[in-house]
Ligand binder design. Structure first.
Ligand SMILES: NC(=O)c1ccc[n+]([C@@H]2O[C@H](COP(=O)([O-])OP(=O)(O)OC[C@H]3O[C@@H](n4cnc5c(N)ncnc54)[C@H](O)[C@@H]3O)[C@@H](O)[C@H]2O)c1
Length: 432
């Protein structure tokens, strides 16, 4: 290594930052985790984790070996040879990029910069952010990027809940503002990640992330449109997808759902759309996908009403199984289940939910807590909607105790019970 970088700071210890910090600590680096959230810092100081994919023992081990400390003291940035920025990049009220967190983090870093330091932005953002926003802010320190300090972008590809791909095994795309910056970043990242993919510019690396997530957004929305078409034509979309994926080339399977949720897939394409407008361009794929995505919860509520042969859902007891935005995680940000629960309640339904990962949610200002499995077994519900395919949903109890189940994920494939089952994208009501 050109510089012996042994101390790294991770700014923002959320779903992205904490796994990254613990990975570097596990590789022998001294890691300073920085966050503003006192609750998170308290948990970490006790050697515990709040991210499901990171077991307590990994945090405890890193803390005990003095490889990981967490703090809100930005002054500790002075001690770091490398700084990774993992703060949120949400949308503002106008559905446009909100870089407030990034700019706050950049100010803190600028105020504690020293020559030789490397700064890598990991948050998802539009092409041009590192070059046009981060670089000028850091250069207000008087230090020059490319000679005094090294700045780049490396998109985070962690997939919470996905046990097949540990973080260090996911190829890491890296880039630098200058060739020198990219080389310095590549040298460090190669010591931690199994495969580092260097691209020619920070813009290309930023666009890589947006391409990946927009690709998912467009394809998930497309398959949801196919589900709606199949459902109206009496064709089983799940059967069709299985048949199509028997083709060994040219087809990647995506599956129907109540819509795309989370902090990334529904958000990142809008960053790209916003940036496109600055170049006099627009993306009709993104616009149409957003439209289909927004329709999905209402589509499902309508299908449930039809299946119950009711004009109104007033007084109907409905259980929503799964409220996280995807399987095996506890993250409910932008979850279509929550939108669905709101719509069902607006229709007059009495809605409960069960989620083994999410103990409480807020819907329309009201707190709901996850129903226990023994409550499901009391047979109180007229209908259940399987909204997320968590591995450990009580599917058999639902099939045995609820007369009608609307399965949006084909989660009941291979199971049988007393319930009448309707599947999203298939209208035959069988459970296979
Ligand atoms: N969650 C994912 O699966 C995922 C995957 C890939 C990329 N990303 C991207 O990574 C970025 C972070 O996402 P996340 O899901 O980890 O968010 P998060 O909300 O879970 O975590 C962000 C953390 O940053 C902290 N923070 C905010 N401002 C700060 C500041 N100025 N200084 C220090 N800490 C600060 C917050 O308190 C929070 O703990 C986003 O750009 C997101 O789009 C997320």
């Amino acid at each position: 290594m050109r510089t012996n970088r042994r101390t790294v700071a991770v700014v923002g210890l959320g779903y992205v930052g904490l796994p990254l910090a613990i990975l570097f600590a596990g590789k022998g680096y001294k890691v300073i985790g920085i966050d503003l959230d006192d609750r998170k810092l308290e948990v970490l100081a006790e050697g515990r984790s709040y991210i499901k994919d990171i077991p307590d023992e990994r945090v405890k081990r890193a803390v005990e070996k003095q490889k990981f400390t967490s703090t809100k003291d930005m002054g500790r940035l002075r001690d770091a040879d490398a700084v990774m920025i993992c703060v949120p990049t949400p949308l503002d009220q106008n559905h446009e990029p909100d870089l407030t967190y990034l700019m706050q983090a950049a100010v803190s870093i600028r105020d504690h910069l020293h020559p030789g330091q490397m700064i890598v932005l990991e948050s998802s953002t539009y092409p041009g952010t590192t070059r046009e926003v981060l670089k000028p802010m850091l250069e207000q320190s008087g230090l020059v990027v490319g000679s005094d300090i090294f700045v780049g972008y490396s998109p985070e590809r962690v997939d919470p809940g996905n046990r097949s791909y540990p973080l260090e095994g996911i190829p890491k795309v890296i880039s630098g503002i200058t060739e020198e910056c990219a080389t310095v970043i590549e040298e460090l990242y190669k010591t931690v990640f199994q495969n580092v993919v260097r691209v020619s510019s920070t813009d290309a690396a930023e666009m890589t992330k947006l391409l990946e997530n927009t690709y998912r957004f467009v394809n998930i929305s497309f398959i949801n449109e196919m589900a709606q078409l199949c459902s109206s034509m009496g064709i089983d979309v799940w059967e069709v997808i299985e048949a199509a994926r028997s083709k060994p080339f040219g087809f990647s399977a995506f599956f129907p759902s109540p819509g795309v949720g989370g902090h990334c897939i529904p958000v990142d394409p809008l960053y790209l759309q916003w940036r496109s407008k600055q170049f006099g361009m627009s993306s009709s794929f993104i616009a149409v996908s957003s439209e289909v995505n927004q329709q999905m919860p209402a589509f499902i509520v309508e299908r449930v009403k039809e299946a119950l042969s009711l004009e109104s859902l007033s007084g109907v007891n409905i259980l929503v199984a799964g409220v996280a935005f995807k399987a095996n995680i506890d993250d409910v940000r932008e979850s279509s289940s929550i939108t669905m629960i709101s719509l069902l309640r607006q229709e007059g339904a009495r809605v409960a939910y069960h989620d083994p990962y999410v103990s409480e949610i807020t819907v329309q200002g009201e707190e709901l807590t996850s129903t226990r499995i023994d409550e499901i077994e009391q047979g109180l519900y007229d209908c259940a909607i399987i909204a997320v395919n968590h591995d450990d949903l009580p599917l058999q109890q639902i099939l045995d105790q609820v007369p009608l189940v609307y399965d949006t994920r084909n989660a009941l494939k291979g199971l049988s019970g007393k319930a009448r089952v309707i599947r999203l994208g298939a209208n035959d009501g069988s459970t296979d």
